[in-house]
Design a protein around this ligand. Structure first.
Ligand SMILES: [Zn+2]
Length: 363
């Protein structure tokens, strides 16, 4: 029988999990460490306020004092709302990969209009992006979200560098969002991307925004830093949702990462069915730890279906049309033997750690 952590809901099938003598897993311990580092107390609130003042003073005279990536999702929308409340002047950046749901697009437009924030919509070079996204599907790896994810981060930091913006705000929140595993999604690894493209793609990536450790280090040396304000706050979905609906006309879209048709289909259908990966588990485990859900609720929510067969069919058709996948190709994506991310070329663990340590998003 599967062993389950005595505090959260992760089981021993979760990659690289281990348990202490009380049956508490390493993810729970990591959560506790973050909680004590970022505890919501007057001293840390003061730190956050002085950080905001620093962003303001460093950005004086610039067109924007900070930058933030937006998706139309809850976390990025709320962070943008906070930045305006604090009197900052952010540039919102979105990377358009032709897969946004209509709710997400409305959310972004409404939010930026109501908050009077400039929205920069970066459109990917479509033929290359399409080819790369197809390659990731043909590669039969769980990391299918990487083509968008990698481009999003690179574009954000490229624009920050170009506009001399030192601060990149992120809606990441360790109290509501689980970390996942690199067995599920291998981030920050251009060698992995290039190997998949060379084996399954039909063209070179001349315009796709790849980043290497040299780019990451250059951003760091220039003083660009990521700030995650939600780390310092008691961030709760049930308090934030009504506020966003009321103030910004924001709408919920049914699930984490459901703001994109592609990730909705990939995370709710392809990954569970083909790889046995249900990414909800790390989010629910985290919500248990931050006391926004009981363990029993989390177990029962894992059994809940949030994606109907009709919706899946519609999304699959949309994705096949957009990526120009034939029926045979889509069939092979669904039925090819699953591979691990690490079956493809990738950087060493040492390289990954070093890159993280010299990155603007070191936390
Ligand atoms: Zn645990």
């Amino acid at each position: 029988m599967e062993k389950t952590c005595s505090r959260c809901i992760l089981g021993d099938t979760f990659p690289n999990i281990n348990f202490d003598k009380d049956g508490v897993c390493n993810h729970c311990h990591r959560y506790d460490k973050r909680c004590s580092k970022f505890s919501v107390n007057p001293e840390n609130q003061k730190k956050l306020r002085s950080l905001v003042e620093r962003v303001k003073s460093r950005g004086r005279g610039l067109e924007y004092d900070c930058i933030q990536g937006v998706s139309g999702g809850r976390d990025s929308t709320y962070t943008l709302y906070l930045l305006k409340q604090w009197g900052l002047n952010p540039l919102a950046v979105h990377v358009d990969n032709r897969m946004d749901s209509s709710i997400a697009v409305d959310n972004m437009k409404n939010t930026c209009r109501k908050l009077d924030v400039d929205l920069h919509n970066h459109t990917v070079e479509w033929e290359e992006f399409k080819d790369l996204q197809r390659s990731f599907l043909f590669a039969s790896v769980p990391s299918v979200d990487i083509p968008s994810d990698h481009a999003f981060v690179t574009v954000l930091y490229d624009i920050a560098e170009e506009k001399n913006i030192e601060y990149v705000f992120s809606g990441a929140s360790f109290r509501t969002e689980g970390l996942g595993s690199i067995e599920w999604s291998l981030h920050d690894d251009e060698r992995f991307i290039l190997d998949i493209q060379s084996r399954h793609g039909t063209m070179r990536l001349d315009n796709y925004p790849l980043r290497t450790i040299a780019d990451v280090f250059r951003w760091y040396r220039k003083g660009i830093r990521e700030i995650r304000p939600l780390y310092w706050m008691d961030y709760r979905h049930r308090d934030v949702d009504p506020l966003l609906e009321r103030e910004l006309g924001w709408k919920y879209y049914g699930g984490h990462h459901f703001e994109s048709v592609f990730t909705r289909w990939a995370f709710a259908f392809l990954l569970p069915r083909k790889f046995g990966i249900d990414k909800r588990i790390t989010d629910y485990a985290t919500l248990v730890l931050s006391k926004q859900m009981t363990r029993e609720e989390a177990f029962s929510k894992m059994r809940e279906s949030i994606y109907s067969a009709e919706q899946e069919e519609r999304d699959r058709k949309f994705i096949a049309d957009t990526l120009e996948l034939t029926e045979e190709e889509m069939d092979s994506v669904l039925h090819a033997a699953p591979k691990r991310n690490f079956d493809y070329d990738h950087h060493s663990r040492f390289h990954r750690t070093l890159q993280y340590l010299i990155s603007p998003w070191r936390y």
